[in-house]
Write a protein that binds this ligand. Structure first.
Ligand SMILES: Cc1ncc(COP(=O)(O)O)c(C=O)c1O
Length: 473
């Protein structure tokens, strides 16, 4: 019989498919490795199985034990699936930006899901990895998979992904392109392919453009699970032990917009529905292939399916709200209400660790200049002129509230603003209709909103400016 006795036999062994994009005029062959066809739906099934079996062998995970992990979803799903198949309990800690589909999948597989804010510095006790480490220590029989530092992560790819690609291409692969999250995929697969080819395979990382791996400033981005961002208040960053940098020849930065537009186009033009980090890998792989000839064969590893992101990258409303779509040019859009001068200046906002006295002075100066006495607030940015990413703006500071707090003696002018942050300002994508934005602002407490372009805050817009752009009195 052509049957499998265990679900675990259906992990990995994924196909390679040729990708031909209309308009591409290079002669190199580009193949995609479809990791979403693994039984749990992602590249992470491979490491889940390997890490659990390794822990069993070492006696770290025993019958009745609990698998604990911090995961943006896919590793959690892989672990929950293997744990269910083997009879373990699973507790998965996820950052709050994880897509709703991934969180629902974890719960459906019987895992207990713990959600923590994604926007915390690395040494904060509630940060996702710190939360998981604590839970693993507290739960009797708990074992933390620790994908970022577990050698079984790259080993899984050295033992399976690498050999599969070598056999499937009959040793003809010349370039490997992968995203780098924990670094497990690129390190294990890349190391195997380099060894077996005698150094003939070039290994290229594909990275969100602000990720620190490709030299970015570490500000957050919207492609999930790839790259490494760094909270501005994280004092010193330490790269994961699962990432073996010496295996990687080059890392190419790819913007969120390019990753997202690549998967939308690939879905429509080739019928291949893949996730955001697959878009990062595909965009980089196309760039690599463009400079190559007919003897070259590029393999891009596509980590998961687009079905997990239907409410994000494939949802026009989500894209419009974050400023990834430019909106209908026949209507007045929110961005039309900003002047060229406002677009050129960095967004005015308050660093959460400045003093109450400084904030009061700034808000009074705004009021005197006729502007709304309210400003968005967030962590200090890494570079002086960089624009914050939407999720970094975690609150707002309002003159009335601050004055009240000082008058009531709840805070002094030399104290930090941090405890005084009020609810964040509304945010609009620059391509959203100015009419609709105006209607929303009318019922909001402040007459001011933040305008986003490609997920970054680029300016502040007031009710008055929107009305002027619409030609209303
Ligand atoms: C969707 C997705 N893309 C990319 C990656 C990065 O892979 P790796 O952690 O092996 O570097 C992951 C892993 O978390 C993932 O889930």
């Amino acid at each position: 019989m052509d049957v499998h006795e265990s679900l675990l036999e259906l992990i990995g062994d994924t196909p390679l498919v040729r990708l031909r994009t209309p308009g591409d005029d290079h002669s190199a062959r580009l193949y995609a490795k479809l990791e979403y066809l693994s039984v749990g739906g992602s590249v992470k099934d491979r490491i889940a199985l390997r890490m659990i079996e390794d822990a069993e062998r070492r006696g770290l995970l025993k019958p009745g034990g609990t698998v604990v992990e911090a995961s943006s979803g896919n590793t959690g799903v892989g672990l929950a699936l293997v744990a269910a198949a083997k009879g373990y309990r699973a507790v998965i800690v996820i950052p709050d930006k994880t897509s709703a589909e991934k969180a629902a999948t974890l719960r459906a597989l019987g895992a207990e899901v713990v959600v923590r804010p994604g926007m915390l510095p690395i040494d904060h006790p509630d940060q996702v990895v710190n939360t998981a480490t604590r839970l693993a220590a507290e739960i009797p029989g708990g074992w933390m998979a620790a994908q970022y530092d577990n050698p079984a992560n790259p080993e899984a790819h050295y033992a399976t992904t690498g050999p599969e690609i070598w056999q499937q291409t009959e040793g003809r692969i010349t370039h490997l392109v992968c995203c780098v999250g924990t670094g497990g995929t690129i390190s294990g697969t890349g190391r195997y392919l380099k060894e077996v080819s005698g150094g003939g395979v070039r290994v290229i990382g594909a990275d969100p453009d602000s990720s620190v791996y490709s030299g970015g400033d570490g500000r957050p981005y919207f492609v999930e699970a790839a790259g490494r961002w760094r909270h501005p208040e994280t004092p010193e960053d330490c790269w994961p032990a699962s990432f073996h940098q010496e295996v990687v020849d080059e890392i190419l930065p790819v913007t969120d917009r390019e990753s997202i537009m690549t998967i939308r186009r690939t879905a429509r033009e080739s019928g291949l529905l893949v996730g955001g980090s697959a878009g990062t890998a595909l965009a980089a792989a196309r760039r690599v292939a463009a400079g190559l000839g007919p003897d070259d064969l590029v393999v891009a590893v596509l980590p998961d399916s687009g079905k997990q992101y239907l409410s994000k990258y494939f949802d026009d409303g989500w894209l419009l709200r974050l400023g990834f779509l430019d909106g209908d040019p026949a209507t007045v859009r929110v961005a039309d209400a900003l002047t060229d001068g406002e677009r050129a200046r960095p967004l005015p906002y308050l660093h959460r660790h400045r003093t109450v006295g400084e904030a009061l002075a700034e808000l009074r100066a705004r009021e005197a200049a006729g502007a709304e006495p309210v400003l968005p607030a967030g962590p200090a940015p890494v570079g002086p002129s960089r624009r914050p990413t939407a999720p970094e703006l975690v609150g707002a500071v309002r003159l009335v509230e601050l004055d009240e707090a000082v008058a009531a003696g709840r805070v002094g002018p030399d104290q930090s603003l941090d405890e005084q942050l009020g609810a964040p300002l509304p945010q609009f994508g620059g391509g959203e209709s100015a009419e609709q934005a105006l209607a929303t602002l009318r019922s909001a407490p402040d007459a001011t909103a933040v305008v986003l372009h490609d997920g970054h805050a680029v300016g502040l817009v007031t009710e008055e400016q929107l009305r002027a752009a619409l030609g209303r009195p």
